[in-house]
Design a protein around this ligand. Structure first.
Ligand SMILES: [Cu+2]
Length: 126
């Protein structure tokens, strides 16, 4: 007991205890919001998305970096009310909370080329 008390009175002991407490609070904060941060880099090129399937867990915070490579494309998902357009060679970054479980199709809603209608992907929220 005496040894333990002396250890906690040292500066390194105190800072170690603070670090442990800090990480405990951070874990609590993430859990309170109910999910993890998940980051995806998605490109739209030649009328397809890559990757075309992204999987997350319910309540994850999803951060998407979306780039249209060849011509303008969009990342559109109706259930989450997402419609992000990127010009050719440009990137848009957005995030959303994946609070609806299920399979949610996303697509390109631009009309400058009919082949954009073939662009399909799916967001899976488990
Ligand atoms: Cu498109």
């Amino acid at each position: 007991m005496q040894v333990l008390r002396r250890h906690f009175l040292t500066v390194s002991g105190l800072s170690a205890a603070a670090a442990v407490l800090g990480s405990l609070f951070r874990v609590a904060a993430v859990k309170a919001q109910g999910g993890q941060v998940r980051e995806f880099v998605i490109t739209a090129d030649r009328f397809s998305f890559s990757p075309a399937r992204i999987e997350v867990n319910r309540d994850d915070l999803v951060k998407v970096t979306f780039t249209a490579v060849d011509i303008p494309h969009s990342f559109t998902q109706d259930g989450y009310r997402i419609a992000k357009r990127a010009a050719a060679g440009q990137t848009v970054i957005f995030e959303f909370r994946a609070d609806r479980p299920g399979e949610h199709p996303f697509y390109c809603n631009l009309t400058q080329d009919d082949r954009c209608r073939e662009m399909k992907g799916v967001l899976v929220v488990k």
